[in-house]
Write a protein that binds this ligand. Structure first.
Ligand code: COA
Length: 260
């Protein structure tokens, strides 16, 4: 795959997407955000994909935000279009049927923090920094940050971060529940992400996708998550995987799931 600002690599059925604009701390300009959209759309078409890792090029940043230079001349309609486009892409990531892990290797500010929060898990390097500093620019988060940060760290701390523009380190992000793990450096964080994806790949793939769906259902307005779970649980009994999983347990062997 060829992209303007992304690197794309598949190893052992794990896709690693690297946002490759290190000279601008991987800020999300229009070309980059469209690259991300295309990358995840392509990822969905890959059979046997175990999961996706998204990270930033260089040692300093995951993503230092939306590209502030592009905000200079925006009118109301263009701002709305820009925010909606970001929402749609991040929603698409959040609803991927395979797990998506952000390896946050430095600054994850504004749109960078929001991108990481659209992923199913976050593994930070020890030098990672998180924040929603948009009020410094007289704006607010526009890629879902006001909604998703609450989901991870609760209202009090989410409001504090959005209102003060404070930037927190990886240890604090771990303590608040924003990240799953902190690793010493990017190599260790990538290894951790890969080992989690390998572990998940041994489980029933349809069940994995349903866990993601049901978890997302909790946050969907007008959706009864419990009812959603009942239906999802029942639907799994149409799959060959449930027969295989149950049989393998009873026969004291490892299951060979087919993902159907
Ligand atoms: N949009 C556009 N360009 C950005 C950017 C962003 N969000 N974040 C960093 N850059 C660019 C800088 O303009 C600079 O470009 P230049 O070399 O052409 O001048 C380059 O990336 C390096 O950034 P710099 O500010 O020199 O690095 P630093 O180590 O001094 O500071 C940060 C790092 C992250 C603290 C600082 O870049 C920053 O505050 N960025 C904006 C964060 C933000 O507000 N994000 C939310 C946006 S809505």
């Amino acid at each position: 795959m060829v992209f303007e600002n992304l690197l794309w690599e598949i190893t052992e059925d794990i896709l690693t997407i690297t946002i490759n604009r290190a000279d601008k701390l991987n800020a999300l300009n229009s070309a980059t955000i469209l690259d991300i959209k295309k990358a995840f759309e392509e990822a969905r078409k890959i059979e046997q994909l175990k999961g996706v890792i998204i990270t930033g090029a260089g040692e300093k940043a995951f993503v230092a935000g939306a590209d502030i230079a592009e905000f200079k001349e925006l009118n109301i309609q263009q701002a709305k279009t820009l925010a909606q486009r970001g929402h749609d892409i991040f929603f698409y990531i959040e609803h991927m049927p395979v797990p998506v892990i952000a390896v946050v290797n430095g600054f994850a500010l504004g749109g960078g923090c929001e991108l990481s929060m659209a992923c199913h898990m976050r593994i930070a390097t020890a030098n990672a920094k998180f924040g929603q500093p948009e009020v410094n620019l007289g704006i607010i988060a526009g890629y879902g940050g006001t909604q998703r940060l609450i989901q991870y760290i609760g209202k009090a701390k989410a409001l504090e971060l959005h209102l003060t523009a404070d930037i927190i380190d990886a240890a604090t992000a771990l303590q608040l529940g924003l990240v799953n793990y902190v690793e010493v450096d990017k190599t260790a964080a990538l290894d951790k992400a890969k080992s989690i994806l390998q572990k998940i790949s041994t489980k029933g793939p349809v069940a994995v996708a349903k866990v993601i769906e049901c978890t997302n259902a909790y946050f969907k307005e007008g959706v009864d998550g419990f009812a959603y779970e009942v239906n999802a649980f029942a639907e799994l009994f149409h799959t060959e995987d449930v027969k295989e999983g149950v049989a393998a347990f009873l026969e004291k062997r490892k299951p060979a799931f087919k993902g159907k």
